[in-house]
Design a protein around this ligand. Sequence first.
Ligand code: KIV
Length: 287
Amino acid sequence: MSHLPAETRPRVTLPQLHAWHHAGRKLVMVTAYDAATARIADAAGVDVILVGDSVGNVCLGFENTLPVSMAMMNHHLEAVARTHPAAFLMADMPYLSYHSGVEEAVRNAGGFLQRGAQAIKLEGGAKRLPVIHALIDAEVPVMGHLGLTPQSVNPMGGFKVQGKQKSDALRLLEDAQKLQEAGCFGLLLEGIPADLAAKVTETVEIPTIGIGAGPHCSGQVLVFHDVLGLLPGTSAKFVRRYAKGFEDLRGALAEWAEDVRGGGFPDERESYTLPEALRPALSQWRP
Ligand code: KIV
């Protein structure tokens, strides 16, 4: 169904995602941050659009996601929601929006739902259980996020693959169970060995969505700008580029600039015509 154009497919819901998962269909999720990227993602027929806090590094020029605030996330979520995507719409809880008490977390997550999100995602394992319980009690569907959790960049000492030590791998497997028991509807697994992600996927009922977690997850997510090659330089190992967005767009803009400078743009095709009757008045007019 969801390979149909956005206008002709029904809105993806949580039960629909679970039905697809149980039918063995891989789930496809991509980030979007504004109306333009959301329209492209939705027209491509993805199942889930994530307004990720990666907006911080991808669009806002920050080095990591820590400076991203609720105000920023709300601004970007509202832009995406105004396009009324058919894809399931999920929003990322930014740093400090769920760390200082469950009440604040519920208010922030509830605000996402009021702005059009159908679910939220938050980072962390067992220590997030009180917040996850409170959110689910407040009718907020929650996706967990385990492994390389970018908001933990400081304790992790950088963006490093997680779960390579026995104790970390076992903790991750236990966290996955606890998050499932708490009622998370899915788990995002980031930056972990493929075998570990496969084991999580095998041992939970809920779908796992991988990024840098190998091919055995129930679905995959990538950052919009990564899939389309919109960022300069080389990509991380886990990214596959399906377009040369940066080069193609730079080339197109450079061509337009050359046309402007050489007088080739605009010509009659991009210009409006004066009504015939106005011509005499225009040529007779003097300042
Ligand atoms: O914010 C984000 O882009 C993410 C990725 C892991 C998809 O959370």
